[in-house]
Ligand binder design. Structure first.
Ligand SMILES: [Zn+2]
Ligand SMILES: [Zn+2]
Length: 260
């Protein structure tokens, strides 16, 4: 199994207009240039795309993403959904066969509202996208493995937490972005995971995300072999913040590939 972190950022804040410039990350470090969060996961030969950030097209070019077999939308917020039209290139590769879009009821409602022209089994014109919305089941079997899902609290809505289990190797990866905390079920599903990916927005509290300290405490409780944090604002300087993390934990950055 392999995860490519296509994007590890958020829509919140811009460093050069920060209230306190001392808070901002060092923009001479490329790892602080974060596009919005999305991830590409390979299980065997199967390519699963999780979310499509506004920069999805560029993320695919930068990371040599050539195929999407399955698409899962964690939730309907703009930073995760606004790149979905660019899935068209992968639908074209499927000879125009619609791509199932797995999500929550909330997420799928947003997909229908933003992309009404794409809700069909074949594209309206060649090269256009075509999506078939499907509520994500608690376990989805795909070639190469299985994807379990659970709901995580994110303010007024819930977000899909995903646990990938690869056939053969038995490796397990939990991907929990955009959450205020984990539920008992989320802890149970991630128990014994080889890799945990967790929301760590910024140092100070936020009503719908975890702070860095909260994410570290949560990661300790999960106890995965390795943890990477994602969905950071400009207030997290990669080099400085990474040094302060316990062993086995690190901040992800755009373009990072982790094999497990
Ligand atoms: Zn969100
Ligand atoms: Zn987000």
């Amino acid at each position: 199994m392999e995860i490519i972190f296509l994007g590890t950022g958020t829509s919140q804040g811009v460093p050069m207009i920060a209230h306190d410039p001392g808070d901002a990350c060092d923009l001479t470090d490329r790892r602080n240039w974060r596009t919005r969060s999305s991830a590409h996961i390979l299980m065997g030969k199967t390519a699963v795309q999780v979310d499509a950030a506004p920069e999805f097209r560029l993320q695919c070019l930068w990371n040599d993403v050539r195929r999407v077999d399955h698409f899962i939308l964690t939730h309907g917020h703009a930073d995760h959904i606004m790149g979905m039209d660019d899935l068209r290139r992968f639908i074209d590769l499927r000879d125009g066969e619609a791509l199932p879009v797995y999500g929550t009821e909330e997420g799928l409602e947003r997909v229908r509202a933003i992309y009404p022209y794409a809700i069909r089994t074949r594209p309206e014109f060649k090269g256009y996208p075509a999506f078939v919305p499907e509520v994500m089941p608690s376990a989805l079997a795909v070639d190469g493995g299985r994807i379990r899902s659970t709901l995580l609290p994110h303010g007024r809505i819930e977000v899909l937490g995903l646990v990938f289990e690869e056939n053969g190797s038995g490796r397990r990866l939990a991907y929990y972005t955009d959450c205020r905390e984990l539920t008992e079920e989320a802890y149970r599903l991630a128990d014994g995971a080889d890799l945990l990916v967790l929301d760590a927005l910024r140092p100070h509290p936020h009503p719908t995300h975890m702070t860095v300290d909260e994410a570290v405490a949560t990661a300790k409780k999960v106890g995965a072999r390795r943890t990477f944090f994602t969905h950071m604002t400009f207030m997290v300087d990669h080099e400085r913040a990474n040094r302060a993390l316990p062993e086995g934990m690190a901040f992800a950055y755009d373009g990072l590939r982790v094999r497990l």
